[in-house]
Design a protein. Structure first.
Length: 221
């Protein structure tokens, strides 16, 4: 499962200044922790981290980390990351060690497929409410996404987390009542009718105008 290898180097300088210099050299600071072992400060190539974040598996992708000067490789995941708010360049990342024989809890994206019948024939609108659910499984069983077909949903129908068909060996942690999606009824535009008093005034004005037109035509003759 862990096929990609990311190379990391130890770092001993900390703070805004050293981190800025590190980025100028084409590296970004990361911290490796977890599995009841000490935290280690490292630097990596930002393009490799961004590539994993943008991959189909996203931050749930397990990869191997090779640290310069250390023996062997470690299975890790991206736990968190920070982007520059303007140009969205990677500033920092947290990596967590993954024990392949221990269950872990993580958030997995929901992917909707199909066109709901309530939208197709009823003119309704599909509201995609919860785009992720929390699940528990072994690292080898982590799904990239959870695919759900919504074609059978009619207007007023709800798709809840309890109805999701999860892959084998994957357990739902989120509440079963969590709404994933539902189909809203189409909006009906209300036509404002004039009040009784207004209608009477308009009718009288129309009648008066008709009389004036008729008298004008008669005088011309």
């Amino acid at each position: 499962m862990a096929s990609m290898v990311m190379k990391a180097e130890p770092r001993s300088s900390f703070g805004k200044g050293p981190n800025r210099q590190l980025r100028k050299k084409g590296r970004v600071p990361v911290v490796l922790y977890g599995d009841k072992k000490e935290s280690i400060s490292l630097s990596v190539d930002p393009s490799e981290v961004v590539g994993i974040i943008r991959s189909h598996g996203g931050v749930n992708t397990i990869f191997e980390l090779s640290v310069k000067g250390a023996k062997g490789k470690q299975n890790v995941m991206i736990k968190d990351y920070q982007l520059e708010p303007v140009d969205h360049e990677l500033l920092h990342a947290d990596l967590i060690r993954v024990a392949m024989d221990k269950q872990m809890t993580l958030s997995v994206a929901i992917e909707l497929t199909g066109l709901a019948v309530g939208v197709k024939t009823g003119g309704g609108m599909l509201d995609f409410v919860a785009r992720n659910v929390d699940v528990a499984c072994l690292p080898k069983d982590i799904p990239e996404t959870i695919v759900v077909n919504v074609e059978s949903l009619e207007i007023g129908d709800y798709l809840r987390a309890s109805s999701l068909e999860l892959p084998a060996n994957v357990a739902l942690i989120s509440e079963g009542s969590l709404v994933i999606a539902h189909v809203l009824a189409p909006k009906v535009e209300e036509v404002e009718e004039p009040e009784e008093g207004e209608a009477a005034v308009e009718g009288a004005e129309g009648a008066e105008a008709s009389k004036k037109d008729a008298s004008g035509e008669a005088s011309k003759e």
